[in-house]
Write a protein that binds this ligand. Sequence first.
Ligand SMILES: Nc1nc2c(c(=O)[nH]1)N[C@H]1C(S)=C(S)[C@@H](COP(=O)(O)O)O[C@H]1N2
Ligand SMILES: [Mo]
Length: 192
Amino acid sequence: MTDLPPNQAIGKEWIIYNALGIPSIELDNWRLKLSGCVENPIELTYEEITSMEMVVVKDGFHCVEGWSIVDVVWEGVKIKVLAEKAGYDVKARWVIFKSVEGYSAPVPIEYALDEESIIAVKLNNKPLSIEHGFPARPIIPKVYAWKSVKWLTEIFFSKEYVEGYWEARGYHPRGDVWLEERRKNSHHPLKV
Ligand SMILES: Nc1nc2c(c(=O)[nH]1)N[C@H]1C(S)=C(S)[C@@H](COP(=O)(O)O)O[C@H]1N2
Ligand SMILES: [Mo]
């Protein structure tokens, strides 16, 4: 079993969050864009993504409110592979994940390009359900789940830090679960 990060408890059930509602997605019109500090901005269809090499990542899923779901099996494409395809600029320091309905979250580039960081299309061997973010969401095991943007539509590479939905409401820029970076004024403040 995966270890629990500090001050997290195993959740009895998986709570579904949708701060800005659940959007309706038409797969034919949906694209995943890679933009910002990249040499070749690209737009991928669901079919293009799902025909790339898939990796399986088994990890815990940790909500900042204190519940964790352990041993979740995610499957998807390495973010690093997508970033290289788009030719990301080495000067980029943040990756901003944006959803169809306007929710977003920044992640430090070294976390986003970790070998375990993927754009997940499957959860426990099934395509994501609409509630869990179909068609795709980033899974970055070392950060809190608020950074796992459901209904993902854009991966923006940035030299500057850009606040997302929860960061604008007092949450930590980096959100490392093992360092317990919950709120901005947590005991490990990060200078951005
Ligand atoms: N687009 C979008 N993504 C989101 C959220 C949201 O409100 N909108 N909530 C986040 C939070 S706070 C958590 S804990 C997880 C919950 O994932 P789940 O709804 O699949 O359980 O999604 C994250 N991703
Ligand atoms: Mo959360």
